[in-house]
Design a protein around this ligand. Structure first.
Ligand SMILES: C[S@@+](CC[C@H](N)C(=O)[O-])C[C@H]1O[C@@H](n2cnc3c(N)ncnc32)[C@H](O)[C@@H]1O
Length: 290
């Protein structure tokens, strides 16, 4: 427990979990992606954060905004969003990985909770009861692609039932473009996207599925492109992303393995010499109760 700068209580304790998830997110990765995420999300400020602030202002007469962040990891979403919401706030950070949550230190009053998507309805109700205030915003960042269609549906249904706003940030759309281009780019991209769909996960189909699920709940939906623009100013992020992108593509389609090795070597060289850029498309979605 500790005090945040606004005098709110920070409680980073989490319920005990028997084990970590099978495929835990890496805290180092969550940290090196933050500069690209911040830059990308600037494109959402006017079209999405403005209307969200207006809605919160009129819908939260108590002036205190209760926020639930799903798949919160080490708290990057709250780091970015909390200073952009001009209200007193309490965040409930939810993740199935208690180890990641224990490292969260966002710039707002918060509670960490171990939980999964099927718990969302209960978590929204408990957050409202704990803070004597309905949950005003259900949010997540960089989460939707690892969820199934049923999980996204459950989240959207729970949000509609709680009449809260929804902000899903930084969902990959599967579109990646490099400069300079290479004939192998498209085959690697297709294999990578297929890899992301394993085990029923939505992968690059997540933003469209989420928008459709929110519309089915009669919410007013709008969205904005929040693409990563990678270049040699963030070499560790760019190299790590490139290597994982190729690794997953080859795992999906071993037929591209030989050519992929050469491709990666060439791309690493271009990155080192400041000659490579990539756009990795993402989408942010805002939904407000109808
Ligand atoms: C790519 S990370 C994003 C973390 C953070 N939102 C950010 O933007 O840095 C995805 C997070 O979702 C969590 N996660 C994935 N599937 C989950 C599930 N079914 N239930 C709860 N958390 C989940 C992971 O543990 C991880 O922390």
């Amino acid at each position: 427990m500790g005090e945040d700068s606004s005098g709110g209580v920070k409680d980073a304790s989490v319920n005990n979990l028997p084990h970590r998830p099978d495929r835990p997110a890496d805290a180092g990765w969550l940290s090196i992606r933050m500069p690209a995420d911040d830059k990308a999300r600037a494109a959402a400020v006017e079209p999405l954060i403005g209307p969200l602030v207006d809605w919160l202002e009129t819908s939260m007469p108590s002036g205190m905004v209760n926020i639930v962040d799903l798949g919160a990891g080490t708290g990057s979403n709250a780091h970015w969003l909390a200073p952009r919401l001009p209200f007193a706030q309490h965040w409930t950070l939810v993740d199935h990985d208690a180890h990641l949550l224990s490292r969260a230190d966002p710039p707002a009053s918060f509670t960490g909770r171990a939980g999964k998507m099927e718990d969302v309805g209960r978590i929204l109700a408990e957050a409202a009861a704990d803070h004597k205030n309905p949950t005003a915003l259900l949010t997540c960042s960089a989460l939707l692609d690892v969820l199934t269609a049923a999980e996204v549906d459950a989240v959207c249904t729970a949000a509609a039932k709680a009449s809260c706003a929804v902000l899903f940030s930084l969902s990959v759309t599967g579109n990646v473009s490099f400069s300079p281009m290479d004939p192998l780019d498209a085959a690697l991209g297709a294999a990578f996207n297929e890899h992301q769909r394993a085990d029923g996960r939505l992968g690059p189909d997540a933003p469209a599925a989420a928008e459709a699920a929110l519309r089915r709940q009669d919410m007013k939906v709008r969205s904005a492109a929040t693409d990563w623009e990678l270049d040699s100013t963030t070499p560790d992020l760019f190299r790590t992303w490139l290597e994982e992108w190729v690794r997953d593509a080859v795992e999906q389609d071993p037929g591209v393995a030989d050519r992929a090795g050469e491709w990666l070597q060439q791309r690493r060289g271009q990155l080192e010499h400041g000659e490579l850029t990539a756009t990795v498309a993402h989408r942010d979605i805002l939904a407000l109760p109808g």
